[in-house]
Design a protein around this ligand. Structure first.
Ligand SMILES: [Zn+2]
Length: 359
């Protein structure tokens, strides 16, 4: 804390003025911090206004991202109360629990499970050592974030099948190549052993809705596009959600199946043990049922805290996806990969504007 004059009378008017000055500065700093925290809690989607270009096989970000006026509403929904899936526009990560990404090259060192408003400081984080063979050039890949594929006017997290169809046709006609999850990781990690596509993109679907099997899979199959499904095993077999038989068919159809928490919880509200169960059990069930690795996590509601990050690291997860808006890059922490939310209400031009353009 700032020192406070011990004796006003002795120091006289000069000391008193100094005290008032320091007090005012501290007040201003506090107000500024509170304001910043409040802004952060609104979680405005920073839909990328950046200009991206392809440079060789790597995508290069040429401008800083700029926030837009579109509000981020967490695109996930709770288990269905009725057969017809209803997607709620839930607010984003709780500002009192989630850790702001901060410096993307940093990984958590210490976990403070008690602090309601964890403060990320230089003491809290240590630099992530880049893996061997990591390219010096920046790799940037758009990761599109879908949820339910159905007709639900007014709900921006649900995309009508005909719009998804038009978007896939756009990707196909404009030379984009949707990647398998492993191909995405290889590209992100700079593996040049195989020819990387000119315009790579990763398609992700959260939550495991039944309509992903009934609507999305046939549309993607038409173009031979792979995708990644983030599923909560505790919600499978319920009305409106996929069952394991369907998930296996999706896997056979080129979909990568990865964990999204057991019960799609608000992770920051759970104890460390509860979080560990949600994260590790979800992976275990997917791996046991499908016989594949499931070590790429996706935060339910986009929410995480330091405990979440440390648990992912401790349990050997390789990457994790947020709902923070932007392209995924090899300069982000592996556990804070960004994605691009696809608004189910927007038109094709708005969709296309989010994608990188060729030089
Ligand atoms: Zn979700």
């Amino acid at each position: 804390m700032v020192g406070v004059p011990m004796s006003f009378p002795r120091k006289g008017i000069l000391g008193y003025s100094l005290f008032i000055g320091v007090y005012t500065i501290v007040l201003l700093l506090l107000t500024s911090c509170l304001s910043a925290a409040n802004n952060r809690s609104e979680r405005t989607v920073a839909l990328s206004a950046a200009s991206y270009t392809y440079e060789g096989q790597a995508l290069v970000q040429t401008e800083k991202e700029a926030p837009s006026d579109i509000q981020a509403h967490e695109a996930d929904k709770p288990p269905p109360p009725e057969p017809e899936p209803v997607v709620a526009n839930e607010p984003g990560a709780d500002s009192d629990a989630a850790v702001n990404a901060g410096d993307p090259l940093l990984l958590p060192l210490a976990v403070d499970t008690k602090s309601a408003t964890p403060t990320v400081t230089s003491e809290t984080y240590v630099p992530l050592v880049p893996p061997a063979g990591k390219p010096s050039s920046k790799v940037s890949i758009p990761v599109l974030n879908y949820h339910s594929v159905a007709i639900d006017p007014g709900n921006i997290v649900v995309i009508p099948p005909d719009k998804l169809e038009a978007q896939m046709a756009y990707l196909h006609d404009h030379g984009y190549t949707p990647l398998t999850l492993e191909a995405f990781i290889r590209l992100l990690e700079g593996d040049r052993s195989e020819k990387s596509p000119e315009k790579p993109v990763l398609l992700t679907f959260d939550d495991g809705y039944l309509d992903n099997y009934e609507e999305a899979m046939p549309i993607l199959a038409k173009y031979g596009f792979p995708a990644t499904l983030f599923v909560s095993p505790g919600m499978t077999e319920q009305d409106g959600y996929l069952n394991w038989e369907q998930i296996k068919k999706m896997q056979a159809g080129g979909w990568d199946i990865q964990p999204h928490g057991m019960s799609h919880p608000h992770l920051p509200k759970l104890s460390a043990d509860e979080q560990a169960y949600e994260i590790v059990e979800a992976r275990k069930q997917i791996e046991e049922r499908l016989g594949t690795k499931a070590d790429i996590f996706c935060y339910p509601y986009g929410e995480y805290n330091k405990t979440t990050l440390k648990l992912l690291q401790h349990h050997g997860f390789r990457y994790a996806f947020t709902i923070d808006q932007g392209f995924a890059t090899n300069e982000q922490s592996p556990y804070l990969l960004k994605r691009i939310f696809v608004n189910g209400e927007e038109n094709l031009n708005a969709f296309a504007a989010k994608l990188p353009k060729l030089k």
